[in-house]
Design a binder for this molecule. Sequence first.
Ligand SMILES: [Zn+2]
Length: 444
Amino acid sequence: MLKVTNTLTGKKEQFTPLIPGKVLMYVCGVTPYAPAHIGHGRCYVSFDVVYRFLKFLGYDVRYCRNFTDIDDKLINKAEKEFGDRQRYKELADTYIRSFHDDMRVLDCQSPDFEPCVTDNIPAIIEFIKGLIAQGNAYQSGGDVYFSVRSFDHYAELSKHNLDDLCAGARVDVRESKRDPLDFALWKSEPTGTFWKSPWGYGRPGWHIECSALAAKYLGDQIDIHGGGLDLVFPHHENERAQSEALHKKTFARYWLHNGLLNLDKEKMSKSIGNVLTLDALFQQYDPMVLRFYFLNHHYRSPMDFSLDDMPGIQKSYNRLCHAFQSVPMQKITFADAEHISVLARMCQVMEEDFNTAAAIGIVFEHLNEIKNDPKAAGAVKSFLHNVFGLSLVPIAEKGVEITPEIQKLLDAREQARRDKNWKRADELRDQLKELGHDVQDKKI
Ligand SMILES: [Zn+2]
């Protein structure tokens, strides 16, 4: 009896998919214009465990996660780096590759569908045409806007008040909306580039892609819609409005949001330079330690990430690895779980809105007992491996001690690589080597 907390109702509800035995899940993906950071890591590890646990429960799951490979940030960066905004796709492809590298080492399973926006423009245009035909959207110049007040259930997800939203809405002078609340579905491109549409050349607004892609790859109605809590408004609110206005059906039955991650007690933000990329972290720590750190928190809770916690987390993870080191893996199904009391208890807490932290707590609590019961040990190991995605390979203690001096060198080297100052980066690597630290690089 799986229960999930639904952001729409604010309640923990019994999970009943639309089609028995089948789950359709959509999670908003990244805009690939910069390396993924630990906040992205948390989101996609969280939903990876949701995906794995649903499959463990016996569901046939279809998981779709998009790439926003056309966007202002990408276009601006292409302009800056190449002097050519049309080269945004080269940048996107680079960061899609590095995102895939990050996901692979974090042992996140690939979604069943990973569509790029730029490969699906016709589906997006059709979606917008449908909204216009029904009176939920209108053309203004070469732009198309969604008419928020045409959809009666707007702001139900984010619990905003329409008048407050209206008072706070910013209206760009270039925009010609009928109502400040309206948002762009199609943005015109006066230079005649990007894509041809019934409204002239242009490109899609941000929100429409997820409505169109979810419909194309999963259907008009889905079971789970996931993403970070920061996406509830406006992104998910707008997705819901678009999809429900067009299809006149409930779009997502359950809205699941992972809590945000603070870095050293502060919001991670590029603008204030408070960002830790996955790649930078993996130069110091095994990705499995980060995965384990995430799973020690409930996915909905906010999480205070601190590098200072990493040695302790690594130690605790190693304790788990050592306990199961010589245990042979045992193939298990959900039906077997009820005959193994520790695993049954782990499944019970997992069925309470995917409480990974409680499940890990149960393992540690029963570690001695498990050691003396080969059957339970094999089953728990298999669960940790297959559902939690933990490799359970002990991590060499070497490299655990990152002194402030080493940290300084690592930071300086990371900056040099970012600046593409390869000579300086090599010098710093040699210095680190002299101090006994071998640095392994991944592509930036
Ligand atoms: Zn989305």
